[in-house]
Design a binder for this molecule. Structure first.
Ligand code: GLC
Length: 698
């Protein structure tokens, strides 16, 4: 864990993508050359090749060309007999280029370590983001359920194989040209070329329109990068020069996720790989809080790179990683979410780089299993939800979220789905995979059934009988209807609904917590209808949940006696401030991912526009106060990294909505049927409101 380092060691800077393929594509096809356009034989020739490919469906086509590609496609396929498939074929053959304008900008890149990844070409980057694992047999069957297009094998040279070798292999067809037809074709051709050129111009204009906010955000994000032994390993939580750093000069696991996403979407993968590997090493550290040792799989909440002078020479320092497992955190809170975020990031890294061998490494597999062992170990639990203490997630102070808070459950569900995809199937992992599947079924049933509220359900709770003693109880948790808070009666809209914050015996926490609800959408913990309902509610309650700054961490705030008792009179968590109803711009990237998944990007666009209006001028605060988020938070830090990174990640996701699939999951009907079947078979158990099967359908 130690490495020796001279004081003068600096990181080098350079750009990541060579942009080789766009250039090679356009130089191979001179698209502006009229001779090329006139050459119908070539076009027909190519069409026949494509159609043969379509017909056989077995070509294993590996084309790695980039955005210039729509132009190519339009020119290569105009008369193709299978022209109705042209758009699809174009999309298949020519996945979008990674962002040229971003490629041009610089980012820190450390000299390679033994841990440093191989640099990947842009072509493989795009391919990987859309492709599932190379070796389907070696990993869990669940990877097929991941949101991915088919594999595109063949490496970067595949382009040449298709367009050079492929063309040579197909016999050209000769067609008779009739003058009028010819003229029409030329006109049509010209129109299409103009159309494509127009589209290209628009794209280029868009690419040039990097706002001042984005430019500044990238500068600040790079500034927040932390190096360890000459390699980037994470980003500090904040770089506000005006206040004491406290622990904000550390790399927080949860805070780094949006930074990682921004870097990954930009094609810079090294920092993420290093982060994943170093935190993995920290996980296996022996940790003690006073005399007690928490479980081995626990991931730290944060870590710091410390420089300590070497004994032998005063001029030399050695760097060391110093993790915090909660033993230094305020209130000694357990970082339950860290391991879950680590797993989620690991999957995203694999999907975007295509480097699935990384996930399959023994140390990485062990890391996943250690985290899962902690989460899946037997306890006194009666519910499939994870039982945690207060403050064990993004809200890391007392806020009355002990027990089974939604945020942890949604991340837990998502991490289980990620793990199911990544765990290598062998004799040693079979029972773990079975355990994961069982837990996923039970967890989704439990949350969908018992955490969901909408107008109809609240009315049902309002009329609940209590003290029901039997297997058939409707009011399973003995909720007293008097618990329904006054604010909810008027607040819950006719359309839409949400998952409540927490559920325990005789206790429903009706507050709306954004992060949990958003991850329920992203991970498909919510049914499609529930996911729609959550976005409907956010839209309906826009002024309350977005207002002047997206997004409220929770709604509403705790006030008066409730605040005093539940927060312990916390002066930082006063009503409508910080965790207690404050507005956190970092939630934007998670909102954007959820909106993209549900096909409602316009909602995210609206929220991003609101944030973009203020963040730069306000110097990227950590959070905002007041019911509508009008003021910069009372004790808010400025230059908060996950505010900056969340904004950038949101922008990048909106520009490349297909990339949201590195985070999202689709509904897995098999999982649900597993739960429905066992419930129906058991004579002692009955689903509460509906047959469990109905969950499969909603
Ligand atoms: C605050 C937040 C926590 C975050 C940390 C660093 O403690 O509550 O979620 O990780 O700051 O930004």
């Amino acid at each position: 864990m130690f490495c020796h380092k001279r004081r003068s060691l600096r990181c080098t800077f350079g750009s990541f993508f060579p942009g080789r393929f766009c250039r090679s594509a356009s130089s191979f096809f001179n698209l502006t050359d009229p001779k090329f356009l006139e050459e119908k034989r070539l076009v027909v020739w190519f069409c026949s090749l494509v159609c043969v490919m379509n017909a056989t469906g077995s070509m294993g086509i590996a084309v790695t060309v980039r955005p210039c590609c729509r132009l190519l496609a339009a020119q290569l396929f105009p008369e193709c007999p299978c022209h109705q498939r042209r758009a699809a074929a174009a999309a298949f053959f020519f996945p979008r280029c990674p962002h040229d304008r971003l490629r041009a900008s610089k980012c820190p890149r450390a000299p390679s370590l033994s841990l440093a990844p191989q640099r990947r070409s842009a072509a493989s980057w795009v391919r990987a983001a859309l492709a599932p694992a190379r070796d389907e047999a070696a990993v869990s069957d669940a990877r097929r359920l991941s949101t991915a297009a088919g594999p595109v094998p063949g490496g970067d040279r595949a382009f040449e194989r298709i367009f050079v070798q492929g063309l040579a292999a197909v016999e050209p067809l000769v067609i008779e040209r009739v003058a009028e037809q010819e003229r029409m074709l030329v006109v049509e051709e010209k129109r299409k070329v103009e159309e494509v050129e127009e589209e290209q111009r628009a794209e280029m204009a868009k690419a040039r329109e990097v706002s001042e906010s984005e430019k500044e955000a990238w500068r600040l994000l790079k500034n927040a990068v932390v190096d360890y032994c000459g390699s980037p390993v994470g980003t500090v939580a904040a770089t506000d020069p005006a206040v004491e750093a406290l622990n904000y000069d550390q790399v927080f696991i949860r805070d780094f996720v949006p930074s990682a996403l921004a870097f990954l979407l930009k094609g810079e993968t090294e920092i993420v790989r290093n982060f994943l590997l170093y935190t993995l090493q920290l996980q296996s550290w022996e940790k003690t809080v006073d005399c007690y040792s928490p479980g081995q799989g626990l991931m730290p909440a944060s870590f710091k790179v410390r420089s300590v002078p070497l004994d032998v020479s005063k001029d030399e320092v050695e760097e060391m990683l110093d993790p915090d497992f909660g033993e230094s955190a305020i209130g000694r809170v357990a970082p339950v979410d860290s391991g879950l975020w680590w797993i989620i990031l690991l999957r995203a890294y694999g999907k975007i780089t295509g480097d699935y061998t990384f996930q399959e490494r023994v140390d990485v597999q062990t890391g996943i299993k250690l985290i899962l062992n902690l989460c899946l170990s037997d306890g006194f639990d009666m519910f499939p939800t994870l039982l945690v203490t207060d403050g064990s997630c993004m809200i890391d102070r007392r806020m009355g979220i002990h027990g089974h808070p939604l945020e942890i459950q949604a991340l837990f569900y998502c991490a289980l789905r990620c793990s199911r995809e990544m765990i290598v199937v062998n004799d040693g992992s079979k029972s773990l995979l079975r355990g994961i599947n069982n837990r996923l079924s039970a967890l989704s049933f439990h949350i969908r059934e018992y955490y969901w509220v909408d107008m109809k359900k609240i009315n049902e709770i309002y009329r609940y009988k209590t003290e029901e003693y039997s297997q058939n109880a409707i009011n399973k948790f003995n909720i007293y209807p008097e618990q329904i808070p006054g604010w909810l009666v008027d607040w819950v809209p006719e359309k839409g609904g949400y998952f409540i914050g927490n559920l325990q015996p005789a206790h429903m926490d009706f507050r709306f917590f954004s992060l949990g609800n958003l991850w329920a959408i992203v991970s498909s913990l919510a049914t499609p209808r529930q996911a729609e309902g959550i976005l409907d509610l956010i839209e309906e309650k826009w002024d309350d949940l977005v207002g002047n700054m997206p997004l409220k961490i929770c709604y509403p705030s705790l006030e008066y006696e409730e605040w005093r008792i539940i927060t312990g009179s916390d002066p930082k968590n006063t009503p409508w401030s910080y965790h207690n109803g404050g507005s956190w711009p970092t939630l934007l990237w998670q909102f954007t991912s959820a909106c993209i998944k549900m096909g409602r990007p316009e909602l995210a666009r609206k929220a991003i526009a609101i944030a973009e209006n203020r963040l730069l001028d306000d110097k990227w605060p950590e959070y905002y106060d007041t019911p509508t988020g009008r003021f910069i938070g009372k004790q808010s830090r400025l230059y908060q990294t996950w505010t900056i990174a969340g904004f950038l990640a949101s922008k990048l996701l909106l520009e490349n909505p297909e990339m949201a699939s590195i985070l999202t999951f689709e509904e897995d009907l098999e999982l649900l049927e597993g739960c429905a079947c066992s419930l129906i078979k058991s004579p002692r158990t009955q689903c509460s409101r509906h047959a469990a099967k109905s969950h499969v359908l909603h």
